[in-house]
Design a protein around this ligand. Structure first.
Ligand code: SF4
Length: 375
C-alpha cells in the first residue's frame, strides 16, 4: 500500500488560525507546479513499489489549480507511477473555488473524492476565522459538488470563541441535512504566530474555552453515532465504505511520498520533510537537488508514534503488534502504563487491543503521551 501526497502551497487569503505552509501570492504558481512534476520524477523510486493506492492533493488550497496545472501533475504521476484502477484520489477544495465548471474539471481530471473546507455554516464564525467564503457559498458549493461527486467530506471546526452549543448543533444538523458520507471535525487550536493568537493576546477575541470544546465534541459524537456514522479516528466520522483510505494508510504506518514545499514523507522506517519556502523549493528542485531533511527514527520514536496515532483510532493499540515490532521491553512498559489508565476508566482492553473509552476519547492525545516510552 503506497500513497502520494501533493502539497499546493497557495491560498487566496490567510485564515486567522492557520499555521500550515502557504503563500497568498500566486505569482509563482505555474513555476511551482512545474517543479512539483520534476520532484515526482526525481523521487519516483522512493516508494516500495510503482503502484499508488491513494493520491491526496492537500494544502494550501489545491482547488486553486487550473485545469492545465492539474493535467500536468496527473501526467507526471502517470508517467512515473502506476495508479491503482480504483485508487482513492482526494482533493481539498475551498467553497469559494467550486463552480460547476471547476467541479467538472476536477472530475474529468480523475479526482474521485472531495474534501471541502467548510468550517462553519455561520457568517460570524467564518469572519472571525477570516475564511474566504461566506455561509451561502458553503451551502451552495456542497449542493453543486453533489452533482459530480458522491464521495464528499467536509471539514468543520468547533470550540470557536463565542460558539454556543446550540450554534454547533445547528452546524452539525445543517451538515447532516446535506446527506454526505464523511465529516472531519477539528477543535480550534491556537497556534503560535497566528493572527488569532495575537487577537486573543490583545483581548480582541475571547480565548478558546477547553470545556466548551469538550462539550462540542460530546454533542458531535453523540449526534453522528445516532445517524450511523462510525467515529473511526479522533477527528473523522464516516459511513461504512467511506473512511478515508489515504488517512487510514497513514495511521497504519504505510509508506507515503510527500511532494511540494513542507510536504512530509515516510518510507516505512524514517521521516523526511521538504523545505517550507516556495522560492527556495523552486531553486533547489530546478538544480535537481531535493530540499529535504531526514530524521532517522529510533525504536522509541516509532513506538511513541505508533501509540499516538493508533490510540486516536478505533483500531487502537495492539499489544501483540507492539511486542512483535518493538520487543518485550516496550510491551511490558505499555501494559504497566495502560493499567493506570484502565483503572481511571480512560482506556479499555479487549482481546489484546487497547482503545480509549467514551470518557477517554477527548483526552486521547494525553492518554497516549502517558504510554510513551522515555529513554
Ligand atoms: S485555506 Fe486552509 S491552508 Fe489556506 S490559510 Fe485557510 S486554513 Fe490555511
Amino acid at each position: 500500500m503506497s500513497s502520494l501526497y501533493i502539497h499546493i502551497p497557495f491560498c487566496k487569503q490567510a485564515c486567522h488560525y492557520c499555521d500550515f505552509h502557504f503563500s497568498t501570492s500566486i505569482k509563482k504558481k505555474g513555476e511551482l507546479v512545474r517543479m512539483l512534476c520534476e520532484e515526482i520524477r526525481l523521487r519516483k523510486n522512493e516508494l516500495p513499489g510503482k503502484e499508488l493506492d491513494t493520491i491526496y492533493f492537500g494544502g494550501g488550497t489545491p482547488s486553486l489549480l487550473s485545469s492545465e496545472e492539474l493535467k500536468m501533475i496527473f501526467d507526471a504521476v502517470n508517467d512515473n507511477f502506476e495508479v491503482r484502477k480504483d485508487a482513492e484520489i482526494t482533493l481539498e477544495a475551498n467553497p469559494d473555488d467550486l463552480s460547476l465548471e471547476n467541479l467538472k474539471t476536477l472530475k474529468n481530471a480523475g479526482i474521485n473524492r472531495l474534501s471541502i473546507g467548510v468550517q462553519s455554516f455561520f457568517e460570524e464564525d467564518l469572519q472571525l476565522m477570516n475564511r474566504a467564503h461566506n455561509a451561502t457559498e458553503a451551502l451552495e458549493s456542497i449542493q453543486m459538488a453533489k452533482q459530480f461527486f458522491e464521495n464528499i467530506s467536509i471539514d468543520l471546526i468547533y470550540g470557536i470563541p463565542g460558539m454556543s452549543n446550540e450554534r454547533w448543533r445547528t452546524n452539525i444538523e445543517t451538515a447532516l441535512s446535506l446527506g454526505l458520507p464523511h465529516f472531519s471535525c477539528y477543535a480550534l487550536t491556537i497556534e503560535p504566530n497566528t493572527a488569532l493568537k495575537k487577537m486573543i493576546e490583545k483581548g480582541k477575541v475571547k480565548p478558546v474555552d477547553d470545556e466548551a470544546a469538550r462539550e462540542h465534541f460530546d454533542i458531535l459524537t453523540k449526534i453522528l453515532k445516532a445517524k450511523g456514522f462510525t467515529h473511526y479516528e479522533f477527528s473523522n466520522y464516516g459511513k461504512p465504505g467511506y473512511f478515508s483510505e489515504n488517512n487510514t494508510a497513514y495511521w497504519f504506518g504505510k509508506p507515503y511520498l510527500g511532494i511540494g514545499p513542507s510536504a512530509h514523507s515516510y518510507d516505512g522506517e524514517n521521516r523526511m520533510w521538504n523545505i517550507n519556502n516556495n522560492t527556495l523549493y523552486i531553486k533547489s528542485i530546478a538544480k535537481g537537488e531535493l530540499p529535504l531533511e531526514k530524521e532517522e527514527l529510533s525504536d522509541t520514536d516509532r513506538y511513541n508514534e505508533y501509540a499516538m496515532t493508533r490510540l486516536r483510532t478505533m483500531w487502537g493499540v495492539d499489544v501483540k503488534e507492539v511486542e512483535e515490532r518493538f520487543g518485550n521491553l516496550y510491551k511490558t512498559h505499555l501494559l504497566n502504563e495502560a493499567s493506570k489508565e484502565i483503572e481511571l476508566g480512560l482506556l479499555e482492553q479487549n482481546e489484546g487491543i487497547l482503545t480509549v473509552t467514551q470518557k477517554g476519547k477527548f483526552l486521547s492525545d494525553g492518554i497516549a503521551s502517558n504510554l510513551f516510552f522515555i529513554n
